[in-house]
Design a protein around this ligand. Structure first.
Ligand code: ADP
Ligand code: MG
Length: 419
C-alpha cells in the first residue's frame, strides 16, 4: 500500500506545526487544532441548488498551531507556501477590491473577518494571531484543502476567543457559514456549503447527509470496513480552477433556470418530481434553452441519486454483503451525468473512472467541482491496490503524470488536537 498517501496522526501533525511555529515565531503556540478535507460520495453541484449531498470527512487534515497576540495583525506561515505573510485584520477587504488580501492568507484573514461580520464575535474583538500551518490534504485536488484550512482556523479562533461555538452542532453550523463567507467574499471562490459542513460537522464512521436548503444534517452510518469495501480516491493531479469562470457560470445557469421555472432553487424541482407532481420530461419541456435543460437534468437526477444511495445505506441488509450492483450504479450514473449534462469532467477524470471500473471497481465517479481534481472508486477492500495500479498504468499509457491515491474512510470533524 506504499503508493497510498498517508494521513497524519494527531501527534505527527501537532509535532510538525509546533516545529514550524517555533522556528518562525520563536515562541510556543496556545495550542494545535486540525480540520479534515472531505470527499463527496455522491451529490455533486447540488449544494448551491439547495439540494442534497453526502460527503465524508477524510482522515487527511490540515493542522494549525496558533497563538493569539495583542493588536490586529495576523502573521502566517505555511509549510505549503513560501515565506512569512502579514495581514492587518482591520484591512481585510473583499476579493476584487482595492486592499484585497493576496493569496492564501485571504482564507485565514477571511475567517476572522467573517466571524465578526456574522456577529459571532463583536466587531474588532478578535485578537491578532501568529499561525503555522501544515497539511497532508492534497492541494487543489478537489478534496477541499481550502475548507480544511478555514475550518482549522475557525475552531482555533473559536477556542482562543472563547466563542464556544465548536461545542455543539448548531454552533458549528454557524462557524461553517462564516467559513463559506470567508471563501466566497475574501478569497473570492464562489463555492457552496458542502466542504465546510463536512469539515466541521462530520461524525466518524458516518457520511454526512447535508440538506443544503436549510443546512440540516443527518449522520448516516457508513462502515466500509465492515462491508469489506474501500473508497479509493484518485487525485488526477490535473489542475482544477474553481476560481475561474466555469463554476460561477454553472451556478448562474442554474439560477436562471430556476427563475424560468418559477422556483426558488432547483431543489424544488427534484422534490416535485419525487412527490409525483411532475416528471423530469415535463420540467425540461418548460425550458427552451438547451444548456439550462442539461444542467437541470443533472441537478434533478443527482438529488434523486443521493436519496437512492442513502436509502441503501440505511438498510442494514443492504450493507451486509452489500448488493453493490444494485446501488453502485448510482456512482457511475452520477459520473455520466456530470460528464454529459453538467460538462464538468475532464479527460483525466474520465480515464480514472474508466480504468477503475475496468479493474473491478463496483462504481466510480469524479468528485468535487470537477475540471480536474479527484475521482473516487468503490472497491472490494483487497482490490484497492490492484485498482490503483491499473489506474496508474492507464495514466502512464496516456502519457499523463502519475496520479496520487488515498483511502477515504469517514473521520471525525475539526477540533483541538492537543492540550
Ligand atoms: P481544494 O480546496 O480543492 O484543495 P482550492 O483551490 O479550493 O482547492 O484551495 C486551494 C488553496 O487553498 C491554495 O491555493 C491555498 O491558497 C489555500 N490552501 C489550502 N491549504 C493550504 C495550506 N496548507 N497552506 C496554505 N494555503 C493553503
Ligand atoms: Mg476548495
Amino acid at each position: 500500500m506504499s503508493r497510498l498517501l498517508p494521513a497524519w496522526s494527531d501527534d505527527d501533525g501537532a509535532a510538525r506545526v509546533r516545529a514550524l511555529f517555533a522556528e518562525s515565531f520563536a515562541a510556543e503556540p496556545d495550542g494545535v487544532w486540525a480540520a479534515p478535507g472531505r470527499v463527496n460520495v455522491i451529490g455533486e453541484h447540488t449544494d448551491y441548488n439547495g439540494g442534497l449531498c453526502l460527503p465524508i470527512a477524510l482522515p487527511h487534515r490540515t493542522f494549525v498551531a496558533l497563538r493569539a497576540r495583542p493588536g490586529r495583525t495576523a502573521r502566517l506561515v505555511s509549510a505549503q507556501q513560501p515565506g512569512l505573510r502579514e495581514v492587518d485584520l482591520d484591512a481585510a477587504a473583499p476579493a476584487g477590491t482595492a486592499g484585497a488580501v493576496e493569496g492564501w492568507p485571504a482564507y485565514a484573514a477571511g475567517v476572522a473577518w467573517a466571524l465578526e461580520r456574522d456577529g459571532l464575535a463583536p466587531a474588532g474583538s478578535l485578537p491578532g494571531f501568529d499561525i503555522a500551518v501544515d497539511s497532508c490534504v492534497p492541494h487543489g485536488a478537489g478534496l477541499s484543502s481550502s475548507a480544511a484550512l478555514e475550518c482549522a482556523i475557525a475552531v482555533a479562533l473559536d477556542d482562543v476567543a472563547h466563542l464556544g461555538l465548536a461545542a455543539d452542532d448548531a454552533g458549528r453550523a454557524r462557524l461553517a457559514a462564516a467559513c463559506v463567507r470567508a471563501e466566497n467574499e475574501i478569497a473570492g471562490a464562489p463555492t457552496g456549503g458542502m466542504d465546510q459542513a463536512a469539515s466541521l460537522r462530520a461524525r466518524a464512521g458516518h457520511a454526512l447527509l447535508l440538506d443544503c436548503r436549510d443546512g440540516a444534517v443527518e449522520h448516516v452510518r457508513l462502515d466500509l470496513d465492515a462491508a469489506g469495501l474501500a473508497l479509493l480516491v484518485i487525485d488526477t493531479r490535473a489542475p482544477h480552477r474553481l476560481v475561474d469562470g466555469q463554476y460561477a457560470r454553472r451556478r448562474a445557469v442554474c439560477e436562471d433556470a430556476a427563475r424560468v421555472l418559477g422556483v426558488a432553487s432547483l431543489r424544488e424541482v427534484a422534490d416535485a418530481v419525487m412527490a409525483g407532481e411532475t416528471t423530469p420530461d415535463d420540467v425540461l419541456a418548460r425550458l427552451s434553452d438547451e444548456e439550462q435543460r442539461r444542467r437541470v437534468r443533472h441537478v434533478e437526477s443527482e438529488i434523486e441519486r443521493v436519496r437512492f444511495f442513502v436509502a441503501r445505506l440505511r438498510d442494514p441488509d443492504a450493507l451486509r454483503g452489500w448488493s453493490l450492483d444494485k446501488s453502485a450504479w448510482a456512482l457511475d450514473a452520477s459520473h455520466e451525468s456530470l460528464r454529459e449534462d453538467y460538462e464538468v469532467s475532464s479527460p483525466e477524470l474520465d480515464l480514472a473512472v474508466t480504468a477503475a471500473r475496468a479493474a473491478g471497481a463496483h462504481g466510480a465517479r469524479m468528485t468535487g467541482g470537477g475540471f480536474g481534481g479527484s475521482a473516487i472508486a468503490l472497491v472490494d477492500a483487497e482490490r484497492a491496490e490492484p485498482v490503483a495500479v491499473a489506474v496508474q498504468e492507464a495514466f502512464a499509457g496516456a502519457g499523463l503524470r502519475p496520479p496520487a491515491f488515498l483511502l477515504a474512510d469517514a473521520h471525525g470533524p475539526a477540533g483541538r488536537v492537543d492540550g
